[in-house]
Ligand binder design. Structure first.
Ligand SMILES: Cc1cc2nc3c(=O)[nH]c(=O)nc-3n(C[C@H](O)[C@H](O)[C@H](O)COP(=O)(O)OP(=O)(O)OC[C@H]3O[C@@H](n4cnc5c(N)ncnc54)[C@H](O)[C@@H]3O)c2cc1C
Length: 408
């Protein structure tokens, strides 16, 4: 029997397994997909390593993956902080741009006020008057949070920490896969049931059971909510209620090759917003690493438009939006790949968000200490939810709890 089994081989699962392994304990990861990394996955496109999920190393100051990447020989670069805005295909500059930029500090102050008050409301309700820029800010916040700000907890949003960001040349997903190399991993084995007893947990999979003294569950909250994993005995009602308190965030990419794009003149790695309405606003992480690849990005309600669309429909939508903003010039953009994290059965959303009053779900899942199960994922991070770095720290935290229990 193993000391511990980890359900899920994304950032949280890999961090948990590495921490247990480094403490000299026997551990294995049981992973549903035939690959590791979860929502951080690097693919080869046009000869380049490109992330189809997480790409930004957020909060570089405290993100343990920055140091791990350096030690593993991965090259990273700092992400620019400017956010160019295109309005009707034209770069917004001068006084108009300065007027828009004045909105960000106002917004930060308003959100901080809600956090201090302790009375939760929707992020939309906490927005200050931003005049003609209100829609643009709503789009930006939807992009960052992956949620409709009319449904998002302002306190949960306010608790997220801010810092500088970095990009990895060879991909965030590739880094996670590298860091998992020394671990014992069972790929292509979805856990269907977890049976907890007095001294062990049995993880049932179609290819056989895995037994361990402890289990760390890192499957996404959407997967837990969907009932893909049964718990025996059933989880307590308050924990089931906490899991129900999470909603899936929507964030999707299309990856483009666009050698002559208008963004080349703005420099590399610029997160560029296109002003528009629900159907036409979008963002572009342009000229990745100074090259010809670009991420067309949708977040929150704008990404939910993709929920029911097939690949052809998504491609047509990207074309339509680009053409509205950039006319014939956008014909040269070649769509190499579109994502579908929302409907992916092992993700069920891009990360987890909470409605007003429900942000306590993060702590409830994080501090659950019943039986031999622990939970860790991006969702349990109070201040870095929705990030790889947050998930990594949570996985390591849950593992340390188990190490302490085994040694006590
Ligand atoms: C398009 C997109 C862009 C993003 N951009 C960024 C970004 O730039 N920066 C950033 O920091 N974060 C970003 N994120 C969020 C980030 O990817 C996640 O927060 C993070 O990867 C979550 O890690 P995790 O370990 O909690 O979950 P996951 O990575 O989802 O790992 C969970 C694992 O559990 C497995 N699993 C599920 N069910 C079962 C089962 N029944 N049995 C066994 N295994 C199971 C899954 O296959 C998966 O491998 C982005 C996400 C998306 C989708």
């Amino acid at each position: 029997m193993l000391d511990a089994v980890v359900i899920g081989g994304g950032a949280a699962g890999i961090a948990a397994a590495r921490t247990l392994d480094a403490a000299g304990l026997s551990v294995a990861i049981v992973e549903a997909r035939d690959r590791l990394g979860g929502r951080a996955h690097t693919i080869l496109l046009d000869g380049a390593q490109v992330d189809e999920g997480a790409h930004w190393m957020h909060m570089a100051e405290v993100n343990p993956l920055v140091g791990l990447a350096r030690r593993a020989g991965f090259t990273s670069r700092r992400a620019p902080e400017d956010r160019p805005l295109y309005d009707n295909g034209r770069l917004t500059t001068g006084a108009r741009r300065r007027a828009m930029d004045r909105g960000w500090p106002k917004l930060d102050q308003a959100v901080a006020r809600v956090a201090r008050s302790g009375v939760d409301e929707t992020l939309a309700a906490s927005l200050p008057a931003l005049g003609e820029w209100t829609e643009t800010f709503a789009f930006g916040l939807g992009l960052y949070s992956g949620a409709d700000i009319r449904e998002l907890s302002a306190i949960d949003y306010a608790r997220t920490a801010d810092g500088t960001n970095r990009f990895l040349k060879d991909g965030y997903g590739a880094l996670l896969a590298r860091l998992a190399r020394p671990l014992t991993v069972h790929l292509g084995r979805p856990a269907t049931r977890l049976r907890s007893g007095e001294d062990r947990v049995v993880v049932e999979t179609a290819a056989g059971d895995v037994e361990a003294r402890w289990a760390i569950v890192t499957a996404p909250t959407g997967v837990l909510k969907g009932g893909a994993i049964r718990f025996d005995p059933e989880l307590p009602a308050d924990l089931v209620d906490a899991v129900a308190g999470f909603s899936p965030a929507a964030y999707e990419h299309a990856i483009l090759r666009w050698p002559e794009s208008p963004f080349h003149r703005n420099g590399a790695d610029q997160l560029t917003l296109f002003r528009g309405d629900q159907a036409t606003a979008a963002a572009m992480l342009a000229c990745i690493g100074g090259g010809d690849l670009h991420y067309f990005e949708l977040g929150g309600p704008h990404a939910k438009i993709w929920r029911n669309g097939d690949e052809a429909w998504k491609r047509a939508h990207v074309r339509e939006v680009l053409s509205l903003h950039f006319g014939k010039e956008s014909d040269a953009a070649e769509i190499l790949h579109v994502t579908g994290w929302w409907s992916d059965p092992w993700s069920r959303g891009s990360w987890s968000v909470c409605a007003p009053g429900r942000y306590v779900a993060r702590d409830a899942l994080r501090h659950y200490s019943g039986g031999r199960l622990r939970f860790a994922s991006e969702a349990t991070s109070p201040d870095q939810w929705g990030t790889v770095g947050g998930a990594w720290r949570e996985g390591a935290r849950a593992a340390r709890k188990i190490i302490a229990a085994l040694r006590s």
